[in-house]
Design a protein around this ligand. Structure first.
Ligand SMILES: Nc1ncnc2c1ncn2[C@@H]1O[C@H](COP(=O)(O)OP(=O)(O)O)[C@@H](O)[C@H]1O
Ligand SMILES: [Mg+2]
Length: 272
């Protein structure tokens, strides 16, 4: 299933049909990554010397009990926080050595984020929310509109671009957030419990969209509590006490569209 050569060949076309060189660097390379938090006179070792790589085209589930370090790991990988020690290369870029503004720039260009609570701006419609990352990236107004429409079409919301978050269901809001995450064509999409606030059918719909993006080349890391959700991914990394307890390719990847076909239809939220 995870044949790196094939994955690379499939993933790294530039959108105009030009295949890029066969050897791509890993998207994520962390080595002995550690994060300590001080709490009063105590030190919490939230992450203890974690080493792992994620290759282009992987779809990784991060699991583990509450407090095991999943969010700490995601925050470091997402360049939202700095490690206490260890190294981190994102697409070959040495992240801990960057300045604050370089980090912000890297985050904007290379990363897309999806959160449990959607984190959309309530005063903006779907189109405005999806255009936002491109504002920071300095993309011109016309191009912003066009790309945001394409991204909203890709998540099945082409007919709701002028709805505000409070005019949409949870599943629709999360799809707007996915469109926002992919609109700058990031190297990596990070999702921390993206289905945590959604019912089971809507969760599978969201996973179907993420699987489709992954098949089209996106590299995705998703934190989840739910073993069902992890079955849609191609690899599962389990954290415990701030360390990697296990790291395995998934032997049988469940296709979310097939799960959906077996579920009773839900008229409230429409198809994915
Ligand atoms: N900002 C913080 N300050 C102090 N301790 C923290 C902070 N963030 C996380 N921790 C601690 O680090 C450990 C790992 O937390 P976290 O990464 O949020 O775990 P998970 O996402 O797996 O539930 C926990 O013991 C948590 O209490
Ligand atoms: Mg967490």
């Amino acid at each position: 299933m995870t044949d790196p050569a094939r994955t690379n060949g499939r993933v790294h076309t530039d959108g105009q049909g030009h295949a890029s060189p066969p050897r791509q660097p890993a998207v994520i390379t962390v080595t002995d990554l550690a994060k300590d938090y001080s709490r009063g006179s105590n030190v919490v070792h939230a992450l203890r010397n974690v080493s792992l790589r994620v290759q282009p085209g992987e779809f990784v589930a991060v699991m583990g009990p509450s407090g095991s370090g999943k969010s700490t790991f995601m925050n470091l990988v997402g360049c939202l926080d700095r490690p206490t020690s260890g190294s981190y290369l994102l697409d070959g870029v040495d992240v801990p050595s960057l300045s604050r503004s370089q980090l912000a720039d890297l985050r904007n260009r290379k990363l897309g984020f999806i959160f449990q609570g959607f984190n959309l701006l309530p005063r903006m419609d779907a189109l405005g929310n999806v255009m936002l990352p491109m504002v920071y990236a300095g993309v011109s107004g016309q191009v912003r509109q066009r790309r945001a429409r394409v991204a909203l079409d890709a998540v099945g919301l082409g007919d709701r671009i002028h709805h505000r978050p409070n005019e949409m269901s949870g599943g629709q809001q999360q799809r707007v957030a996915i469109a926002r995450a992919l609109v700058n064509a990031p190297s990596l999409i990070l999702a921390d419990e993206p289905t945590g606030n959604l019912d089971s059918r809507t969760s599978v719909e969201i996973m179907a969209i993420l699987q489709r993006l992954n098949q089209a080349g996106a590299t995705i890391v998703v934190v989840t509590h739910e073993p069902d959700i992890a079955t849609y991914c191609s690899r599962t990394v389990v954290f415990k006490d701030g360390a990697v307890l296990s790291d395995q390719p998934n032997r049988r990847i469940v296709r979310a569209v097939e799960t959906l076909a077996r579920l009773p239809p839900d008229t409230a939220d429409g198809p994915a």
